[in-house]
Write a protein that binds this ligand. Sequence first.
Ligand SMILES: NC(=O)c1ccc[n+]([C@@H]2O[C@H](COP(=O)([O-])OP(=O)(O)OC[C@H]3O[C@@H](n4cnc5c(N)ncnc54)[C@H](O)[C@@H]3O)[C@@H](O)[C@H]2O)c1
Length: 253
Amino acid sequence: MGKLQDKVAIITGSGAGIGKEIARTYASEGAKVVIADFNENALNSTVAEFKESGYEAFGVKVNVAIEEDVQKMIADTVEKYGRIDILVNNAGVGDNMQAAGNIEDTIWQRVMDINVTGVMRAIRQVLPVFIENGGGTIVNMAAIAGLTGGRGGLAYTTAKHAVVGMTKNIASHYGEQNIRCNAIAPAHVETGFAAAMTNVDQFGMQQSIRGVKLMPKAGQVSDIANIALFLASDDSSLINGVALAADGGWSAY
Ligand SMILES: NC(=O)c1ccc[n+]([C@@H]2O[C@H](COP(=O)([O-])OP(=O)(O)OC[C@H]3O[C@@H](n4cnc5c(N)ncnc54)[C@H](O)[C@@H]3O)[C@@H](O)[C@H]2O)c1
């Protein structure tokens, strides 16, 4: 019997990187996983790969910044599996390390739309389903830039602080209804995330990496997936409203 046996879990941004590994870990613990991503090729190949491994998986194409897509993601999941137990708000994008003096409106807006509004939209849509089920668990992907000031560009740092605030607010308002909401705040994790940044702001980058030599080690996707499993399972049943730094102690300095 797995730790998430027969639970239904939606993981956004699970066509690649951290989200894909979280989905794999949940599925290996008995969950039915919904691969929700705006990259159709990535989501289809992830679903096919998981099915080949004998896991229960279902794909939904979604841009978390678009309300209609988010509504469809929740409705399709309920139609397919009849319930939702876990929502992992993992989809997120970077800000090209733009410092305040160099920030472009288009980058600011994209980061806010996906990293903040997207999280809000998915939570807003899943809450009635959780309440009807008698509870549920949310895991939000923040970042160490959501707990500290100097480790990213302005938009990303602002957005991830918002995710931490949202996490506490949801836990506080809905804890009595058996709903838990926690966040993970990773430092650097080896994925395609950094490579996706183009036209990097040299000043923002230079300021953001000043402390990198003090980072004990980079994280692997499995490190974050293990924490996401803990936060989704009953092993963490008394934990609600926290943002766990996953940085090997980097921010403790
Ligand atoms: N990699 C790191 O070093 C690191 C560190 C701290 C936090 N994080 C956070 O972890 C999360 C995942 O990062 P990753 O490194 O796995 O990134 P990644 O780029 O490897 O994968 C992100 C996935 O999310 C999908 N996605 C992006 N925007 C989306 C949208 N609007 N709607 C649906 N899907 C979307 C992409 O298609 C991709 O499959 C992000 O929220 C990121 O901010 C990453």
